[in-house]
Design a protein around this ligand. Sequence first.
Ligand code: AHR
Length: 635
Amino acid sequence: MLFLPRLRRGTRLVAAFLIAMAIAVAVPVFGTSTTKAAAAVSAPCDIYASGNTPCEAAYSTTRAMFGSYNGPLYQIQRASDNSTLNIGLRAAGGVANSAPQVSFCSGTTCTITLLYDQTANANNLPISPGKACAGCSGGLGGPAANGADIGANAMALPVTVGGQAAYGVLVNSVGTGYRNNAAKNVPTGSQPEGEYMLTSSNLTSGSCCFDFGSAETNDSDDGNATMNAIYYGTACWTGGCSGTGPWVGGDLENGMYFSAAGPNPASIPSETGSFVTAWEKNNGTTNFTLKYGNGQSGGLTQAYSGALPNGYNPMKVQPSIELGTGGDNSDLGKGEFFEGAVTTGFPSDATENAVQANVNAAGYANNTTTFSTTASVISLKAHANGRYVDAPNTTTSLIADATSIGKAEQFEMVTGTDGTVNLKSLGDNNWVTADNDGAAPLIANRGGVGNWEVFGLIHNADGSVSLRSYTNQDIVTADNAGASPLIANRTSVGPWEEFDLVQDTVPVSLRAHANNDIVTADNAGAAPLIANRTAVGPWETFDLIPDADGGVSLRSHANSDIVTADNTGASPLIANRTTIGPWEEFTLVANGIGSVSLRSHANNDIVTAPNGGASPLIASKTSISQSEQFDLVFD
Ligand code: AHR
């Protein structure tokens, strides 16, 4: 009596799974809605269900996650009148109907305020409460009222799916995050769990944490193994990673793991694409598995499958789903999200392959977003007293007391993709922090960058700038007409909060990551630039000159000539020009808060130190890996 129904159900599941796989693999990528109707017969969560690992939470702003789904995908709110609108589908199982969004948001700004769960569990994802919920005080606060997070700009990530316009979730502004802290029917404790998301390497970061998956219900760090989310980015907290990333990892709390020991495999230096599928599954005790794939074509690559890190067995997962932040609401991570699901059970490889084929068949295209993080060297002249801000050492707070610019008045400024900045004092080589969550004066004594080291850069009408501390949202003042240290405790901008941003020309050397050698303008500048010196002398020193367009140029101390990407970038870099034109201009790309790269304005290519640094520098690469990275050395 019991056996027969079970057998029938099993037979049905196998049959449904085979049909789903056949449809998913067979449906070609055509740009017509007719084809989308065919593809809608099988959507990712139909495939997971057929594999006996059903979705318990499934989100997408671009398409249906079930062939039968015909409900709302997400809710937007416009700034002009705070009214909201649900964005649904063109047809059941199809692609988002984004036309109403375009007219609703015309002339105003729209924010994604909710992602609807397409499963029956209604595990919808509102904007994360951050610290603004009972029990959520242990984590990090977001930038909205009471420490809540903010929503993504609804129009900022246009793509097409099967030829139809749709929008993804752009997690770019600091504090963007979504969360459901009472998720129903999702795996908890050490129950097996599967997850995937469709993301992109067009926007990633090395900060914590662009995650999607399970996390703590109190937005707080509850200890190792209390979360199980997909991480995608370039952070390597354990050290020992190979290449530049980004990589798909498991954020298991207090660490993003690309293997049990931490690092990614050396054979996979990065996992990139305009559309990237990211996969994590965890059986709760003995195995977690990480995979990635191209969201437009091809299969999956397994980057790791094996034991959980020490201290993470058994898992202690809580019933919360998050998108865009770390478990404790750490919200400096950046990324793009188009679709994703959380399943019960440990999905089979065949199931994941079929979902991958289904994502490919959906026909994602036209993700044209580009984001770059740039570096420059600046000084700040306070309007309070006309003096320069000074950061002499790790024990003295920043104060506007200098009448001229020396190293203590110079800062390497890294400008993020969202316009926020981090400032590193050239005086003591440490990052400026709004200490004690902004309650104490600014001081340059941090070796790395976290939330207290992030500042919004406000551009004032008179051309000056003001700094807004990210954590307490207060504006930095040169208090007491500049006689007291800088502190972030004002809510509006007056003269004491205004600074002239002075772009500095500074001597600098470049250490190539290709071979760890210093770049020289060889033969007193008569030969091309090459990374083959171990010490800095005049041939290895360049003035870093700020250009009017925000780029930089390099003047060699070997011969006082300007470095050019000669022959429209087709020839190696050489210091033999006396004036600056596009061939002599470079964008100083900041790779997180670490190395920099040079993008030539001659051909828009990245400067590389080829052959492990043995050949001269040339602007010939379209992406950044180890050979295209340099450390700025300020002498
Ligand atoms: O595990 C990495 C991060 O560490 C988590 O996302 C966060 O909760 C903690 O800060």
